[in-house]
Design a protein around this ligand. Sequence first.
Ligand code: SF4
Length: 404
Amino acid sequence: TQYNAPGNWPTSVRGRVPIDPENPAIVRDDQKCILCGQCIEVCEKIQSVFGNYELPIKKEFVCVNCGQCIQWCPSGAISERDDVNRVFKALADPNVTVVVQTAPATRIGLGEEFGMPVGTNVQGKQVAALRKLGFDVVFDTNFTADLTIMEEGTELVKRVTGELHHPIPQMTSCCPGWVKFVEYFYPELIPNLSSAKSPQQMEGALIKTYFAEKKEVDPKKIFSVAIMPCTAKKFECQRPEMNSASKELNDSNVSPDVDVVLTTRELARMIKRSGIDFASLPEEEYDKLMGTGTGAGVIFGTTGGVMEAAVRSAYYLITGQQPPAALWNLTPVRGMQGVKEAAVNIPGVGDVKVAVISGLANARKVMDQMKAGHAPWAFMEIMACPGGCEYGGGQPRASSPPSD
Ligand code: SF4
């Protein structure tokens, strides 16, 4: 059946963005759906996904799992797939070491769920809450955001200098919603994606290898949890290739690298359900082994952050010099515009043009330009959510429906 024309949609789809019951990230409660069509509005116009294909393609409904429909749904009918109970179960098992990592954007989103002003940094309280919930080890995803920057920066240098015969522009690969968008709509541009894993998946692989070895913990008895601002990360951790630790250790029982992803909202629900008084928690530090990161890792949470960090690294890797002041504040790629551009002069290479895009309708326009031969950039940062992960599908809703 071709569902692409609204008149052809089955009753269950009319007024609703189609969500496959098997969707690993997003669920819809049809009892709460008021058929307002807001989800279709955002999916089609802001994210350029719905309506850009004939349903179903590849025998599945097309969803990049970005969760922007959750943020737009006024009735609370759409939400993330709830994995809270899986994590409570692991925490209750004395034979399991539960290790958690927290993404940069969650620390500035979580406070909203507890009535704090928008943008309050609750990093220390978040760590304290996770320990109170029973997590054995609390790590910072900023640690592997730094590794991602080094990987992407090195790969960029190799592409620009011709050492690596992969196409330019190099495109970031840390946003799973964006990666899925490319896979569905622009498969011919897959070689432009960086080969670097996302920080979440790098940290997951390291938890079950490096951490397990250093602390002499059986990797089969590690349960790895990631707190993310993102619903697409739930999809990402289930991708069959995200099992590096298992491959490294040649043991399928170690898979997957990340067992469960919880959104910022789900973590808030766990804290509330456990009766923890979040506001009065003292601030605590991350565990040391993988609990430190640079300011470059922190800015991954906002649009332009990955670009700013990677360009600084590329400058250093090419010149052996610290970047000049202008690169520490790459202002043209800051701000909330959907498409931003800058040119960075790197001695020995010349002007390197970069672009920063957020929101998939913006990305589609730029990808179409690229296919038409207009691609003056060496490096592009693309994030599915308009504004980047700060405004991810797993962050507190602007006006929160009642939580359980
Ligand atoms: Fe997830 Fe961030 Fe991508 Fe949104 S922009 S889908 S929050 S990684």
